[in-house]
Design a protein around this ligand. Structure first.
Ligand code: ZN
Length: 271
């Protein structure tokens, strides 16, 4: 049975070397968790997908890194921090690609034993941007640098940012057309709870922009009444043939929820 390591645990390797653990290991004690789903810790953008890195490099195997923008910059380890990275290593399979916007709870892959690993488990790190945690090997002989934080502590401290009234928002896709306008409709679904709450939303430029006339900026507040589980957001899309970046046949908007605020990134994308 694999014995998991906590953040900053001092570890002795089989060759006698010692180093401190930069993440925390999660595995289902008492049973084999190979293939269990791994979910995004929060809303964010996938910024790195690494395939099968062996122990000669980082040893992370198949690994995913997601950037999470904080709702406001905050002081962490003596620095003002606007975003953090979460890293998921030793995955058996990866279900996301770079540039993809994911919501909290989206499945990024499955628990595995890839790379330098002594059994199926998830190696999970939280690193403060801009340090992308893909060049470290999960350990540091001098102790965890101040760009790494205790993942459980960090998540517990930020859990209130949207766990009370969490929602998921669908991606949407339409055929843009060469002229005229169309409406894209996003479905916003309550996650847990039955009480009434409000959530604000706004569009934001992705590869499409308001100034280029690709879509109309939209913002507002959705009210979820007691026991109401879904609401919708509509965005007006302008058809055109002038911008070759956006094939006339399809336009797709990706959506992301950040705490109590929904941002809809407007742009062309494939999954
Ligand atoms: Zn680990």
């Amino acid at each position: 049975m694999y014995s998991g390591q906590k953040f900053n645990d001092l570890v002795t390797f089989s060759n006698g070397n010692k180093a401190y653990h930069l993440g925390e290991d999660r595995n289902a004690e008492g049973r084999d968790d190979l293939g269990d789903p791994v979910y995004a810790a929060s809303n964010g953008e996938v910024v790195a997908v690494v395939s099968n890195q062996g122990s000669s490099t980082t040893g992370f195997g198949n690994c995913v890194v997601i950037r999470h923008d904080l709702p406001h910059a905050e002081l962490i380890n003596g620095k003002m921090v606007g975003s953090v990275y979460s890293l998921y290593a030793h995955l058996a399979t990866v279900g996301v690609s770079e540039g993809e916007i994911v919501s909290i709870g989206y499945q990024v892959g499955t628990i595995g034993d890839s790379g330098y690993s002594e059994g199926p488990h998830l190696h999970f790190e939280i690193a403060l941007a801009p340090t992308l945690p893909t060049s470290d090997d999960g350990y540091n002989p001098l102790g965890a640098p101040d760009k790494w934080v205790d993942p459980s502590d960090f998540i517990n401290q930020h859990r209130t940012l949207g766990s009370t009234h969490s929602v998921l928002i669908s991606d949407a896709q339409i055929s843009e057309g060469n002229s005229g306008t169309q409406t894209m409709t996003f479905t916003v679904t309550r996650v847990g709870g039955t009480e009434a709450f409000d959530v604000s939303y706004a569009t934001a430029d992705g590869t499409a922009s308001v100034t280029d006339g690709d879509y109309l900026a939209t913002s507002g507040t959705l009210h979820f009444d007691t026991n109401v589980n879904t609401q919708t957001i509509s965005v007006t899309i302008n058809g055109d043939t002038t911008n070759s970046v956006y094939p006339p046949t399809r336009t797709r908007l990706k959506a992301i929820l950040v705490t109590q605020h929904i941002y809809i990134f407007c742009g062309w994308g494939d999954r």
